[in-house]
Design a protein around this ligand. Sequence first.
Ligand SMILES: Nc1ncnc2c1ncn2[C@@H]1O[C@H](COP(=O)(O)OP(=O)(O)O)[C@@H](O)[C@H]1O
Ligand SMILES: [Mg+2]
Length: 256
Amino acid sequence: MTDTSIITASDIVTAFGNNLVHDGVNLSINQGEIYALIGGSGSGKSTLLKEMIMLQEPQAGSITVLGHDLATITPHQASSLRQNWGVLFQGGALYTSLNVAENVAIKLHEYTDLPKRIIDDIVQMKINMVGLPARAAQLYPAQLSGGMIKRAALARALAMDPQLLFLDEPTSGLDPVGAADFDALISELRDLLNLTVVIVTHDLDSIWSIVNRLAMLGEKRVVAEGNINDILNNPHPVVSQFFGGNRGQLRRNNGK
Ligand SMILES: Nc1ncnc2c1ncn2[C@@H]1O[C@H](COP(=O)(O)OP(=O)(O)O)[C@@H](O)[C@H]1O
Ligand SMILES: [Mg+2]
């Protein structure tokens, strides 16, 4: 893992009407790491993620992704950036009228001229890569378990071989075993595919098991950034409040 930042946010200000959500957010994400955005509900984690993938624009400040300043990017550059990241939103958000294979193939049809035969092969490979059985390709979202939906959505996010993967609360709604399996999969795929992963989470298990560095949002900015020890050693009250609950306390006492 090298320390080359490939995503930066500088002095981000975001407001919805008179609801000021970010007031000077700064962070930088390095190539190859699993980087978490954590913080209380409503602290602006999802909004920040959406700004990184151009679904929303901040009122002030700048975001760079893979060397592009998102505020001044050309439509052509924006299109190639979009092909270079995969996104997994809460709930998976698969198209319910399409089967898994058709869901995974969407971007391949949209962005490439590959013949159907090749697309079918790529789709099968992605389905296999996320640990779904081959027969899952023909199933519809209503026929899948919660864990399978997440995996199918992940296969779709990885369809175009992106460098970046953005995940918003990916383990929410999964039982602890399913969540741990999914975390392990993310970590394996990061290693295998050389991904940089940005993950919004409040799952302490994920934070401890797979995250390399994190940013804690609070008071409209990043109150702490670094690896888990840096964060735990940060005296900011937002940090102690977040980790002060039983599970956090337990881990801390275990010396992990
Ligand atoms: N599209 C929107 N329009 C208006 N307010 C929004 C919108 N998206 C988010 N917000 C508000 O911004 C704040 C941060 O939301 P969000 O980024 O979803 O928080 P988090 O993901 O940390 O829980 C909340 O107060 C939320 O109501
Ligand atoms: Mg959110």
